[in-house]
Design a protein around this ligand. Sequence first.
Ligand SMILES: [Zn+2]
Length: 479
Amino acid sequence: MRMTHAHMYSRLLAGDPEYNGRFFTGVLTTGIYCLPSCKARKPRSENVRFFPTCEAAREAGLRPCLKCHPDDFARGADPVLESIEALVGEIRSEPSRFPDVPSVVRRSGFGATRCFELLRQHYHATPADLLLRARLEAAKGHLAAGRGSLLDVAGAAGFESASAFHAHFRAQNGMTPARYRELGRGGPIRLDLPADYPLAHLLRSLGRDAQSLTERLSGSVYETASDLAGVPATLRIAFSRATAEVTAVSDHPLGPAQLRAAHALAAGILGLDQDPAAFARLARRLGLARLVAGRAGLRVNRTAGAYDGLLWSIIGQQINLPFACVLKRRLVEALGTPLPGGLRTLPPASALARLDPSDLRPWQYSRQKAEYLIGAARLVADGTLDLGSLQGLSATRAERTLLAVRGLGPWSVNYLMMRSLGFPDCVPLGDTGVTSGLQALLSLEDRPDTDATRRLMAVFSPHRSLATVHLWQFNQPPP
Ligand SMILES: [Zn+2]
């Protein structure tokens, strides 16, 4: 039986979940289509068009809503993913309930092989990785709250012994738990670098945009504009062979929350939470030791935040690096605000959101790039796209969320996921550094296309992000 516009509109106003899948609601003013039950603001009747399927809505030029995920619904809910997400939620909220890997497998309700497979696919991790990360995060929370002795903290987070806690914490955070607890009591934050840390590679990467207004490398001192728990600041990292000394400077007061954010940001830039040794072993097993030769300790160095990565992954599409640097600089010059020390902040999403694509024309942005950039900024500004939450999602959910943003394709999404969100098993498909690296590494006649890239990169799972940064370096002279 055909439903009338008025009937469907009344079900939309009621947010009736019974009608999910029976029609999709397209809102012409926002260009979004939703499920009838969507909690987003209700559109006026004259701005709504109803569609029988997601496909029909997409054909009309509309995009799926990031709140109600109509495509997920249309595909049929994803109960396996949901149960894995629920499992990881439990591990993260109470890691001490899971003493070992078998307890994770038992709780998952899947067999061991399937459980490992699902966690690798959806979280890019083994059960042991997930457990360790959850314990370390829980421990950081206890340390920040100043609760109990170090032994109590280790036990509450689920570590078997104080020594295991100490060793893992120090490796992934560049400092002991005792020093972490002292953060915020003044003085610089000192991170110890691992013995094999390829500092020259990091410095080359940090200095690649010499004209940047948001970051600067002078000798072995790197400075970057940052947002430390909501406070704009200049983060300064002074490197020596064995340590990185971190300070934050701001016009606003910086408390313990900001200093912990500064620590997390610096540890991310250094990539301390990654396991390059595991990747090097894999490369050797594959007979590809030359991929890691001379830089076995290389890490994915993270951007100074997800918003930074988002802007860059749109600005950098389809153009060469020097031109991308120029485009970014113009934006920052016009819309960033000065920080102490001479750097500027990134343009706030709210400021970008107010622009019209034609405003970016004098700065040599293509119409399309300007539309993508402003569109993404609007999603951030109105809270539809919550960049801060992406890191905690499953990789699958983060990828779906980002792919629904107009202007973000597989390259941008994977670039953002590996460089800004820290997912370890991503490939920015279509990246010329990756394809030319593969061509040289494997002595191929031609640069691989997207399908071939996907196939060739599969052997590096679950370390494809590290494989990507090694391929970027493969044709470069050593720094
Ligand atoms: Zn919606």
